[in-house]
Write a protein that binds this ligand. Structure first.
Ligand SMILES: C[S@@+](CC[C@H](N)C(=O)[O-])C[C@H]1O[C@@H](n2cnc3c(N)ncnc32)[C@H](O)[C@@H]1O
Length: 358
């Protein structure tokens, strides 16, 4: 993407989340885990009075400080802090608090989200990213390859090459994939997952009725609150958001599915099954054990049955995946691992969510 299209996509993202980015002019911005600081660079252009960028990684902090010194963020008061948050008490003085892409791997993702909320002043906004077991199902399924290769005696040094050989063609199906395959293999299959998810439900439970959901991207909500409906309270808006989410969340399972409209899959049931699948995958992955895999395949087939009437292509892909894994377990490496129609299936990853603090 060109620099201007990156800018436009951020503009659309935050507008979709419920506030025009120019709202930050003259206000205070706090970002947890800015990383490459794409969001901070974007918001700096709208004239915030203050920006605090807090990252736990010393090399990120060093780079950010050099960028501040070079004038990369056009704001008079930019503070770069090295900190692993949460750390102590938070002053609720910031108008906008961002926590994007920071939850996977945290010991306690909800505590980090709570901290983001504590930094926000009443009337301010928190933008955070949610990851559901549904959106990581495709990647989670691919992770079964690690215990399988281990059981077949593949050496650690050969693991990445072997994964790329097997799943490289899957990545070729994605037009926008620019990441090197070996990096994808290491990151997706070989790094330990700990608390990888933080669902929308968990976010709403963490915040309670002190926060009201604003917008989401992908957008699935129908917003009734402007129409003088009798039951507009934070609790009713948040509950309604969960209902809308469950009607549409199946689209997070496969990025090829149109995320608008009622998909016709019971999202609450899918959420539960995907949660079981994720826990079973983690069991197999962490112990390098094949024992949980048959149970994983049963759950995956249940998912396929559940979505089949509405998402036939995705369901068939999951069935093909299960058949390929079963063949591999039965016949070993000579059977290859041709997952056929599963190849182009990838989850949508994170859901951006904005909350307003009341
Ligand atoms: C995957 S990157 C995401 C960067 C950026 N927010 C984005 O969405 O592109 C996660 C960043 O968050 C930082 N991070 C993760 N957990 C953190 C924590 N508890 N406190 C501070 N920084 C954290 C990491 O060091 C890393 O720079």
């Amino acid at each position: 993407m060109s620099p201007s299209s990156v800018f436009i996509s951020r503009l659309l993202l935050y507008s979709r989340l419920g506030f025009p980015p120019a709202w930050i002019a003259g206000k205070r911005y706090f970002e947890i885990g800015p990383g490459s600081a794409d969001a901070a660079g974007f918001f700096a252009r709208f004239g915030p009075a203050q920006m605090v960028l807090a990252d736990k990684d010393p090399s990120v902090v060093e780079t950010l400080r050099a960028r501040v010194a070079a004038g990369d963020f056009p704001c008079d008061d930019v503070r770069v802090v090295q900190a692993k948050l949460p750390d102590g008490s938070a002053e609720p003085v910031y108008d906008l608090v961002l926590a994007e892409g920071v939850f996977p791997g945290e010991d306690d993702p909800a505590a980090l989200l709570r901290f983001a909320g504590d930094l926000c002043r009443p009337g301010g906004m928190v933008v955070a990213t949610s990851i559901s077991p549904i959106s990581v199902f495709a990647e989670s399924s691919r992770r079964l390859l690690k215990p399988i290769l281990k059981s077949e005696g593949v050496a650690d040094d050969d693991m990445v090459d072997e994964i790329v050989r097997i799943f490289g063609p899957d990545l070729d199906t994605m037009a926008g994939m620019r990441r090197p395959k070996s990096e994808w293999a290491t990151h997706t299959l070989l790094l330990g997952w700990k608390n990888v998810t933080l669902t929308l439900n968990e976010m709403i439970e963490t915040f309670g009725d002190r926060f009201m959901i604003g917008g989401t991207s992908p957008d699935f909500k129908t917003d009734w609150r402007w129409f003088k409906a009798p039951d507009v309270t934070p609790a009713s808006v948040n509950r309604r958001a969960i209902e809308d989410y469950h009607r549409n969340v199946a689209a997070m399972l496969d990025y090829r599915v149109d995320p608008t409209g009622d998909i016709g899959v019971d999202g609450a049931a899918l959420d539960r099954l995907a949660g079981l699948a994720l826990a079973t995958q983690m069991e197999a992955w962490h112990a390098d054990s094949l024992a949980p895999i048959p149970r994983y395949l049963e759950i995956a087939r249940e998912i396929a049955d559940l979505i089949e009437p509405a998402m036939t292509e995705t369901a068939t892909g999951i069935q093909d995946f299960c058949a390929a894994i079963q063949r591999r377990l039965d016949h070993g490496p000579s059977s290859g691992l041709d997952t056929k129609r599963f190849r182009p299936m990838f989850g949508r990853g994170q859901l951006f969510v904005a909350f307003q603090k009341l």
